[in-house]
Design a binder for this molecule. Structure first.
Ligand code: HPA
Length: 273
């Protein structure tokens, strides 16, 4: 825990020295969604490996770069490449990037990811505004001694996906003619995709989409009072719902295609939140 705090502090100090006065929105770019990072203007780009105390991404489709710049006139800081439990990071380690963003003064966090669709109304390529999550990762990032400087021992999760922000996002998307789905994200560890039986079970408990990320970030953001928007790119129908096997290549392909739509959405919402 001492180590975690030292790493958060080191990374935050290093990044703070490179942010700008207007850097207020944090952006996490999920699998296949790294092209969003290329839209950031006036950008300073750093490799995660330059940042003392930071984590490193190991997954194909996750670049491992920090981008500081402007999107539609607002100051953003983007993590182009995220960290997952399945890479071997502990749930506790996964709190680090979020706490660093909080520590450098981010006011709103937008987290994006690729996810499989369980809800039969959804189609690959659809964009999902996450309304809530179910933590199926068998652990919690806040396990262990509570870091009081970030938040309370028993944080409330009833507004983890800020209702106020969701209402704003829906209104803005409707105006811009961008279709959004709404639903519940189930977070699993991975990296094996789910079995068809698991998907049937997950659907029965109210899961609309499934993925291997988001949950640790959302819990950490709720703990430190960081308002959050969660956006999934639905890259495939979940296991057993399509006739061909699931692959990471398909995830990357479909996400790359849908990233245009997500870029449009982000460009519409960022000036207004
Ligand atoms: N399952 C888990 N994670 C995913 C999926 C899936 O079907 N598609 C994209 N990420």
């Amino acid at each position: 825990m001492e180590n975690l705090l030292t790493n958060i502090e080191q990374a935050a100090v290093w990044i703070s020295g490179r942010t700008r006065q207007n850097t207020e929105i944090g952006l996490i770019l999920g699998s296949g969604l790294s092209p969003i990072g290329e839209e950031i203007e006036d950008a300073d780009v750093f490799s995660y490996s330059e940042i003392p105390g930071f984590l490193q991404s190991t997954v194909e489709g996750h670049f491992g770069r920090l981008i500081i710049g402007n999107l539609e006139g607002r100051g953003v800081i983007a993590l182009q490449g995220r960290f997952h439990r399945f890479e071997g990071y502990s749930m506790q380690e996964l709190t680090l990037p979020i706490r660093v963003l909080k520590r450098i003064g981010i006011k709103t966090l937008i987290t994006t990811n690729a996810a499989g669709a369980l809800n039969e109304d959804y189609r690959p390529g659809d964009v999902l505004l996450i309304t809530d999550h179910i933590n199926l990762m068998g652990g919690n990032p806040l396990m262990g001694p509570n870091l009081e400087q970030f938040g309370t021992r028993f944080p409330d999760m009833s507004d983890a996906f800020s209702k106020k922000l969701r209402d704003e996002v829906k209104a803005i998307a409707a105006k811009a003619g961008i279709e959004l789905r709404e639903g519940v994200y189930g977070g699993l560890v991975g990296p094996s995709f789910e079995t068809p039986a698991e998907i049937r079970a997950l659907r029965a408990i109210g899961t609309d989409a499934v993925g291997f990320s988001a949950v640790p970030e959302v819990i950490t953001a709720a703990h430190c009072g960081l308002p959050l928007i969660g956006i999934s790119c639905l890259t495939n129908m979940a296991a057993g719902m399509q006739t061909y096997p699931l692959t990471h290549e398909e995830t990357l392909d479909i996400a790359a295609g849908a990233s245009r739509k997500i870029i449009r959405l982000l460009k519409a919402i960022i000036p207004q939140i």
